[in-house]
Design a protein around this ligand. Sequence first.
Ligand code: CAO
Length: 415
Amino acid sequence: MSKALDGVRILDFTHVQSGPTCTQLLAWFGADVIKVERAGAGDITREQLRDIPDVDSLYFTMLNHNKRSVTIDTKNPEGKLVLEALIQKCDVLVENFAPGALDRMGFTWERIQELNPRMIVASVKGFGPGPYEDCKVYENVAQCAGGAASTTGFDDGPPVVSGAQIGDSGTGLHLALGIVTALYQRTQTGRGQKVLAAMQDGVLNLCRVKLRDQQRLERTGTMKEYPQYPNGTFGEAVPRAGNASGGGQPGWILKCKGWETDPNAYIYFITQAPVWAKICNVIGKEEWATDPNYATPAARLPHLKDIFAEIERWTMTKTKFEAMQILNKYDIPCGPILSMKEIAEEPSLRKTGTIVEVDHPTRGKYLTVGNPIKLSDSPTEVKRSPLLGEHTDEVMTELGYSPEQISALRTAGAI
Ligand code: CAO
């Protein structure tokens, strides 16, 4: 079966997490992704957080599936010529170097346009133009600068970063959308363009509701769905809301049976208004359904803490999965707190290809997260990540180099 991005060639100059997330998605959709790495070392993540000596780390293998790897020294004059040949052959160049690195290599936007006016140049940077544009940025810096950390955690504690890599992988996703959009526009204009996804912007985009709340707070001085209402105090900026659901329906994380020893024996419970009477029945507080102090969402708000404490007395008598089963019968929205162990072992995620087992020549079998976006006409087949420089000869041959030329370039240290 054909793939959505069949025929699209990507010159992948990405490293670490943000850029590789983007090009991995494009590869899963069928693009030919040629990852250019430095000979000898390659993407720094190949050796970061290694669990097996001298073997590509899971960090690397889980972010670089379905790609080909070529090693080119882009600071070597002959290496630059190879890169020029690649630029002429490819549709998109994706990079997430520190600001200015591509220019320092000699590949300015103008030069790339000279070589290939159809080329789309897509970049992840930490910040867009402004006071921080020259800064190097990693995941948690972006979470802090994009508004996620100041709005995450509990009111009486410090800002907290999330386990979800919204700065890196989140920005990679944004960039991938920018690239396919630019490819689409190119079908009409015939021209390439620059695509920029700044990590601060990507995180802020995912924190959109918090900027909404900032303006609500400034207008009204309060926000009823926050745990600070009505007994706590609001300051000038959006506070941390703990585990509150953030929408109009109050929610919280509650203990389940076994919480004393299992750090994930919890359930997320939403006291959705339309099912309030059912919630009262399930937890054995039938009288709350008609009691004016509890019957309406507005009446419940001032004592939500006590209400959740009462619901928790019930959830603590059930495992999170038992609670799920019972609550779902009544359409009461809830969700178990799943550990990574539970997720890794979940058969339904294996079935859909969201969790995939991959075989690797030096590592053996490992688990990875497959393509989370499923296209009915472009199924994803997850293939292992390339070894460093595994496809150098193959790609050089495709570019028209003879075996003698390849060997000479290798001797010169260009590839
Ligand atoms: N041949 C020769 N040189 C190469 C090369 C190759 N194949 N590939 C890369 N290089 C060189 C670059 O040209 C650069 O050289 P100069 O500094 O002389 O210009 C050098 O390698 C280092 O690149 P870098 O500055 O991007 O790498 P770093 O480790 O110093 O910084 C990071 C890493 C991530 C902080 C930085 O790349 C960055 O800010 N990127 C943008 C934001 C981003 O994506 N952050 C998320 C990373 S994921 O957590």
